[in-house]
Design a protein around this ligand. Structure first.
Ligand code: NA7
Length: 545
């Protein structure tokens, strides 16, 4: 199985390189942070596990991978020149184009000279006396910097469940986020996909027509909604380019940084006929309108949620010919929108094909992986390829998989064993000068990523600029500020329907992981306001020395 995150034995004992800042990850946040820190005149090194830039869009190259955000709301907004130069080809752009875009950015801003590729960070240790972070790669190479900035994303630590016999399988197997660069020929192959989350929904739709036979192993049925993608014609392209200021003005105002925002009306304010008409309208629109543009109480009132949930269930039933299969695909154990809503382009119709079989793991769970395929409690499915679309150790996983040690040798993993505690999702007390972009409890966790990433990076850059201007060399979240923020984050989540559902939002998808609040659910705008206030008060809640 492809897994380039496996550590290699320490070999490199060369000289310790020195930088002002080290950034881990060359995805959207790492690249932008590099641009900004360079502008401050800092010597920066970026370490990237992959052999190219792109992060999520480098790793997730499985067939069908694409944005669920409107392309023109997803690109960087910081450079007008870049906005005008780049033509998005589709309303929801696919992985190859997304990777090309991030390569274009890396070239345009000449970023590669500060990025070390194929560099896997194994450990980072804070030295209090010298006030620096020492970073060690898996090949043994070491380097030091005053600031350590993690730009590792929230969905980068793959999760492959510990199925018995997993190593015994004689065919090929892949996790979707470690997809090989070479094209896989599915012709006449018997393929099994485990998982039916947002990733699997894209993948299954794309490969069902190509494989010999596809077996989909589903544990939880999801509420998938139509993406409604399409090419961007030249006229629309020109309109988009002329409206970037308004687009980004809007994404700064909405709850989650998308162009969609909740309808201020309650679902109960309108007649059932009007409501139904509005649902149909939302359904016909592209993107997350059905989720994030719906009546405001869909995500807070159980009754309102159930009314829309039933609307979606009916839509599923209408599309799947076999009523028994349709019922299996209809979610009944959680509420609409309390898990990430997968967006689809013909997903349900795949189950009308003769070469696609749905296996309901609630009825017959997977017992083991065998040399020939997957064995459930009532059958063995012979396969040539197994695809694990089984998600991620989200949000904290990418950080706790690195051996990060702060003051007194304290390990971040140990500190967060019962759930993360942070201040603003940017720092954890006891880990000075460590900035966790898009970290747990950060506003970026429930956001149209690049929009909140830009906010994170700009805030971190302003903070470092301020420190340099004022002669400070160390910033550390106070225990008190961390406690208050963590309580606030927990309180925000406690009142939501989201917290009732087991999902990666709460770490509930990983066996043995404490179920706790990983996201900031107060909205991107509230988060930005809070961060700005903290900065305006001289970085209130942080100790600067
Ligand atoms: P998700 O949304 O975490 O989906 C993972 C899927 O794998 C989901 O259907 C899981 O079922 C299934 N799964 C996980 N473990 C098992 C085991 N042990 N047995 C059977 N099935 C299992 O990951 P995705 O990659 O689809 O999407 C992640 C995010 O990427 C997405 O939200 C977007 O933001 C982009 P379960 O639901 O846990 O029953």
């Amino acid at each position: 199985m492809a897994d380039s995150l496996q550590p290699t034995p320490a070999a490199n004992a060369g000289p310790v390189e020195q930088f002002d800042a080290i950034i881990i990850g060359a995805g959207i946040s790492g690249l932008y942070q590099l641009i900004r820190l360079r502008e401050l005149g800092l010597a920066v090194r970026v370490y990237e596990t992959g052999s190219g830039v792109g992060g999520t869009w480098y790793w997730n190259r499985y067939p069908g991978a694409r944005f669920d955000s409107e392309s023109y709301t997803y690109g960087y907004s910081f450079s007008e020149e870049l906005l005008q130069e780049w033509d998005w080809k589709e309303h929801f752009s696919g992985q190859p184009e997304n990777e090309r875009y991030l390569n274009y950015v890396a070239d345009k801003f000449d970023l590669r000279r500060d990025i070390q590729f194929n560099a896997n960070v194994a450990a980072a240790t804070y030295d209090k006396k010298g006030n620096y972070w020492e970073v060690r790669l898996t090949d043994g190479a070491r380097s030091r910097a005053r600031f350590l900035i993690t730009a590792v994303g929230i969905l980068s630590a793959q999760n492959i469940p510990a199925f018995a016999g997993i190593e015994s399988f004689k065919g090929e197997s892949f996790h979707t986020s470690r997809w090989p660069k070479e094209r896989i020929d599915f012709t006449d192959k018997r393929v099994g996909v485990i998982g039916t989350g947002a990733t699997a929904v894209q993948l299954i739709t794309e490969i069902a027509k190509e494989v010999g036979h596809l077996t989909v192993f589903q544990r939880t049925a999801n509420y998938c909604a139509p993406l409604r993608n399409g090419p961007i014609d030249p006229e629309t392209q020109a309109r988009i380019k002329a409206s970037y200021p308004e687009i980004f003005k809007r994404t700064r105002e909405t709850f989650a940084g998308f162009i969609h925002d909740f309808d201020p009306r309650s679902l109960f304010e309108v007649s059932p006929e009007e409501r139904q008409a509005r649902f149909e309208e939302l359904w016909a629109q592209p993107g997350f309108s059905k989720w994030l543009g719906n009546f405001r109480d869909i995500m807070s009132n159980k009754e309102a949620n159930e009314i829309f949930g039933e609307f979606v269930r009916q839509k599923i039933r209408e599309r799947v010919k076999d009523p028994v299969v349709a019922e299996k695909l209809v979610p009944k154990d959680h509420r609409f929108g309390t898990k990430r809503v997968p967006l689809e382009s013909g997903y349900y119709e795949q189950f009308n094909r003769d070469n696609v079989l749905l296996v309901d793991l609630r009825q017959s769970p997977i017992e083991r992986i065998t040399p020939k395929g997957v064995k459930t409690s009532d059958a063995e499915y012979e396969l040539d390829i197994i695809i694990y679309a089984t998600g991620f150790d989200a949000v904290t996983g990418p950080l706790t998989r690195i051996d990060i040690r702060g003051e007194g040798g304290q390990s971040l993993k140990d500190k967060w064993a019962d759930g993360p505690s942070t201040y603003l999702g940017i720092q954890s007390a006891g880990f000075p000068n460590l900035i966790t972009l898009v970290g747990p409890h950060n506003g970026a966790t429930f956001c149209n990523m690049p929009r909140c990433i830009e906010q994170n990076v700009e805030w971190a850059t302003d903070c470092i600029r301020y420190m340099r201007e004022q002669g400070f060399e160390r910033i550390a979240a106070s225990e008190q500020a961390e406690k208050a923020w963590t309580e606030h984050v927990n309180e925000l989540a406690a009142g939501t329907l989201l917290s009732e559902t087991a999902s990666w939002f709460f770490g509930a998808n990983i066996e043995g992981k404490k179920r706790t609040v990983l996201m900031y659910l107060g909205g991107a705008k509230a988060y930005r306001t809070k961060c700005d206030e903290v900065a305006a008060k001289g970085y209130e809640g942080f100790v600067l020395e």
